[in-house]
Design a protein. Structure first.
Length: 486
């Protein structure tokens, strides 16, 4: 009979030599673990219920950063740091009130649009109504409140169009000399949401608010019969530059520690709901992947970084800050994977203009017994892959079923109860297996693009049109955004 110490040594040696230490077996173990009993769902509930909505710059966001750093430290990763980055301007909503004062008196449900100016005092004015697709035809309406009617949002394309019209809308409102803008909610049943009308820390030149869809429709019908007057008061906290924070965890690679695979999600959210679908569930996913990777008993070949960004809702400023801070390491970033579409099932990945990423992703997921082949070639501008894309780094964004995400996007209804718990665990498995495979793979996922290749990708995918619409093009051309490849 062996001694206790001898038996322990034998078990350790057997475990080291067992198939479980092979990369594919580790991938399978990660997949099984993620879909079993893990703290993932408890973490989502805790973040939503104990912290709640967490706009960057708010006390709640600071609490979320501490919460996430503590959670990541408890996973057993090698290092957790809180990294500061510059935010150009503070914007937080404080109060919003509105009513119709003529020809009838009734209250209006409104929410300030992020980036909106405040009303210096309660504003009462006549109402002018226009369709969202008729902005170029606005007549002069000096001092009026402009109501913009829009169709109900059904798809991601509809949501994208809502952002694309921001700049033309504000320019048309300026030319028409209106005093304020009301945007008809694109969601039914009185649902309000935060729709940013500016990005990158800008403040709109006039007050803007979202008004309940049904209230907007009533106002429009009344306006068709005669003059309508409305009263609006928005109070927002608007301040100068300040420092915000990302949370960065690291598992050091055993052979190529200077090569980095990054898994990221944004921790910040808007504040009408509690930021469950956007993006608390995926912030919790990143934390749980850290647990799984730290527990497998073998370091990956490359370093894995797990990053929770803030400043995403203001124009991906946290990930931009990370790229700037780590500029000297960007060439060593082998791949970046971002989750930011709620708890819908991961169908595949946006390859961001790089079709060569499809096959290796399929192979890595298959090693864990998983499949997600509905890859899309679109280059995304709107989540935390953006500055990595502009730096030439191979990047993937989860292509998730939008059904759980879209109705609650930035809305009062974005709460824990809306999370698809079973699919969130499946997404956890996809993320863990993919990140492990990318870090363990002998070859890089793909080379970093050259500047010429990147310029071609930007034109081919029409990313330049998105960047111009979102006010990012000038900063990119001036070399103030990303770390462009040579």
């Amino acid at each position: 009979m062996r001694s206790g110490a001898g038996l322990l040594v034998a078990l350790v040696l057997a475990a080291a030599a067992s198939p479980a230490s092979k990369p594919d077996e580790i991938a399978k173990r990660l997949a099984v673990r993620a879909q079993g009993q893990t703290p993932l769902i408890d973490d989502v509930r805790e973040l939503c219920d104990r912290v709640g909505g967490r706009p960057t710059g708010s006390p709640a966001c600071s609490r979320a950063v501490k919460w996430a750093a503590d959670k990541l430290r408890a996973t057993g990763v090698d290092k957790v740091t809180v990294e500061r980055f510059a935010m150009p301007r503070l914007w937080l909503a404080r109060s919003a009130e509105a009513s119709c004062t003529a020809p009838e008196h009734f209250g209006l449900r409104v929410a300030a649009a992020p980036g909106s100016a405040s009303t210096p005092r309660p504003l009462e004015a006549r109402l002018v109504v226009a369709q969202a697709d008729q902005l170029s035809q606005l007549p002069s309406a000096r001092g009026a409140v402009l109501l913009i009617l829009s169709k109900e949002m059904k798809t991601l394309d509809d949501l994208f169009d809502e952002y694309m019209r921001n700049r033309p809308l504000l320019e048309a409102a300026r030319k028409a000399q209106v005093a304020a803008v009301l945007l008809q909610s694109t969601r039914p049943r009185g649902l309000l949401y935060r729709h940013p009308v500016t990005l990158a820390g800008e403040v709109a030149p006039l007050p803007v608010a979202v008004v309940a869809r049904e209230h907007a429709a009533r106002l429009a019908r009344l306006a068709g019969q005669g003059q309508v007057r409305v009263r609006l008061q928005l109070t927002n906290q608007i301040g100068g530059a300040y420092q915000a924070e990302n949370v960065v965890a690291e598992i050091r690679g055993r052979e190529r520690p200077d090569e980095i695979v990054l898994l990221g999600a944004h921790l910040d959210s808007w504040d009408l709901g509690t930021g469950a679908e956007d993006n608390g569930v995926n912030a919790a996913l990143v934390i749980d992947v850290a647990r799984g990777l730290a527990a497998v008993g073998q370091r990956p070949r490359r370093t894995v970084r797990l990053v929770l960004f803030t400043g995403e809702e203001q124009g991906m400023l946290g990930s931009a800050g990370y790229v700037g801070r780590h500029a000297a390491e960007i060439a060593g970033h082998v791949a970046v994977v971002v989750f930011d579409l709620g708890s819908g099932r991961t169908l595949g990945f946006y390859t961001n203009g790089r079709d060569e990423l499809r096959q290796p992703v399929d192979e890595l997921l298959a090693a864990g017994g998983l499949e997600a082949r509905a890859h899309l070639p679109d280059a995304l501008d709107g989540t935390d892959n953006f500055d990595f894309l502009l730096s030439g780094v191979p990047n993937l964004v989860a292509n998730q079923d939008p059904a759980p995400y879209l109705p609650e996007y930035h809305a009062e209804s974005d709460v824990f109860e809306r999370v698809n718990l079973a699919q969130a665990k499946h997404n956890d498995a996809i993320a863990a297996v993919l990140v492990w495979g990318l870090a363990e793979r002998t070859q890089r996922l793909a080379p970093r693009q050259t500047r010429a290749e990147l310029d071609q990708l930007i034109r081919k995918t029409k990313l330049d049109e998105q960047m111009k619409a979102f006010g990012q093009w000038e900063a990119w051309m001036a070399g103030k955004r990303a770390v462009p490849p040579p």
